[in-house]
Design a protein around this ligand. Sequence first.
Ligand code: SAJ
Length: 427
Amino acid sequence: MRNVEKNGNGKRICVIGLGYIGLPTASMLAIQGFDVIGVDINKKRVEEIKNLSFKTKEKDLMTLVKGAINSGNLKVQTKPERADVFIICVPTPCIENNGKKKCDLKYLNKAIENIKPYLEDGNLIIIESTIPPGTTDEIYKRLSKDKKIYVAHCPERVLPGNILKELVENDRVIGGVDKKSAEMAKDIYETFVTGKIYLTDAKTAEMVKLMENTYRDVNIALANEFAKIAEEIGINVWEAINLANKHPRVNILKPGPGVGGHCISIDPWFIVEKSSNAKLIKTARELNDSMPLFVVEKIKKIIKKDNGKIAIFGVTYKGNVDDTRESPAEKVAGKLIEDGFEVKCYDSYAREFKYPLSSLDDAVDNADIIVVLAEHDEFKNFDKDDIKHISSKVRSKIILDTKNIINKELWKKEGFKVYVLGDGKNA
Ligand code: SAJ
């Protein structure tokens, strides 16, 4: 017997795609009392959710999913069912076609085809996946030929690593193909979102989402360009950014080995795809993509040789997550291997990586340099004994920190030469 509480009003919601957005959203709705069908075409994923054996570094996600399943309100399966609302949370990756990057809508289109047989008059479809401006209207045109349906775009905004808190607390933007669609979607989100909910049209909502991630990408590109300039003119970019940020209207983000993940490194291309005016956006994207090679050049300048062993610390796309998609570490490691270096990667957070992962001891054994590429707490918290142990294994006591996170004094005390990306030491 399903436990349908007041918020659910007996409504059935089918959530398509149980990834890092779909699963928490489906669980949250189930906890609110909606009758939720979570759908994923990946059988293994469905089984892992059912028996709570999926892996996650996301705080409290397991507890939420467990609560949703135990409430009896969340069913997970590989096929959709008839429902009042369909929420689509499938990936929309970037593909390259004739040298041009564009959004690949194949999973979204497949999801639409899969729900089509179950659609009934009065149903609402909400697209959470990130999409180029105009996509929601096109989907509406396609589907409204034979059914009276409502369609809205409600882009997800949560930060991996802090998903559950942001899912509830962040403001949301909902764009409808018409006013009624936007209002119907608001009724759903309002049951668990404590932030404000703003209504607009679908194309504006699509663009807002892309603008948010593009703003961050361009800001990081500026920080990365400053890091390159700092290396050239011989100043420390971290100190300079810190001082510039003391200005009340300046907030420069942090430089690093590049921008990874499946959002910020991809979404700006969906604007470039639609507009020939997107020149700054394209340049920023290319600049961020150039950072892994810049790191490789810095490594070579520091160790002053074209061979040897490199120990990479951290291969995920950012700190304290297990996701390695679009990770700058993949490009850094790939280029070093191509150039003839022996590369060993250590990361206790990563789930899987393109190159084999090693134990800490194997990674640092006889290494000519340690290169930190992700800001995991583990690397920040290495104590005197950890560093002493590492120090006893390496060939050369050199560390390059591309994230400016390690306890430099402790490493120096153990005899390490410490370099930071953008420190201007190789000017
Ligand atoms: N990074 C830097 N310097 C910085 C900040 C980040 O180099 O100062 C790098 C990170 O190391 C990482 C990449 O940028 O490689 C992206 O990390 P992130 O933490 O900035 O963002 P994501 O990709 O994890 O999540 C973003 C968020 N968007 C914004 O903050 C505007 C999140 O709210 C979105 O929901 C998410 O994209 C998404 O799914 O679109």
